[in-house]
Write a protein that binds this ligand. Structure first.
Ligand code: SF4
Length: 184
């Protein structure tokens, strides 16, 4: 399946897609679960009634948390972006939320301890501890901010709260990964 090469885009006009190999009726029922409806409605409030494009991602995060009645927001961030994590935490607190930022070097583990093929003694990113600490803090939602490729996956696999992303780290293109194509 490759929607980018689809010439009909019949889904856009609410027609069933012949390429899909899923239980559409079952998925429709899944949307109607109380938990999913809460998320769908909270997300819709951010864009419905002409609001789409009026909120930045950080404003959306704060409002989404309010819509979901979330109180505690975990921030799993890269140590190199601590200034941004601090700005985000301050803003969320100003919105009445509790922000719990945990940097990637938490736990003070060396790379040799986290990577069995490495002998590097310098500090390692530690996404498993970031996730488990936020689990212990019982956050309502976790936000990833600039975690390394792969570490974000380990974090998401271990974090028991819903996870959303606020910044993708790109060391070459200033956190704008698609600028890569502007250089080609
Ligand atoms: S109609 Fe199907 S294949 Fe085409 S864009 Fe929609 S989902 Fe993708």
């Amino acid at each position: 399946m490759d929607c980018t090469r689809c010439t009909t885009k019949q889904c856009q006009s609410l027609s069933e897609c012949t390429s899909l190999k899923v239980d559409a009726a079952g998925i429709a029922r899944e949307y109607l679960s109380e938990e999913n409806q809460k998320i769908v409605r909270s997300a819709a409030k951010l864009v419905d009634n002409g609001r789409g494009g009026t909120l930045g991602r950080i404003e959306e995060l704060a409002e989404f948390c309010t819509n979901m009645n979330f109180k505690k927001v975990g921030i799993a961030y890269c140590w190199g972006l601590e200034n941004l994590a601090s700005q985000l935490a301050t803003y969320l607190r100003e919105q009445g939320l509790r922000a719990i930022p945990v940097r990637c070097t938490t736990g003070g583990k060396s790379q040799a301890e986290t990577n069995s093929t490495s002998s590097i003694k310098s500090v390692s990113c530690n996404p498993l501890t970031q996730a488990k600490q936020l689990n212990t803090e019982k956050v309502d939602i976790a936000v990833t901010l600039g975690l390394c490729m792969g570490h974000d996956i380990l974090f998401q696999q271990q974090c028991t709260a819903p996870v959303t992303n606020i910044l993708v780290k790109d060391r070459v293109y200033n956190h704008q990964p698609f600028d890569f194509f502007n250089t080609k």
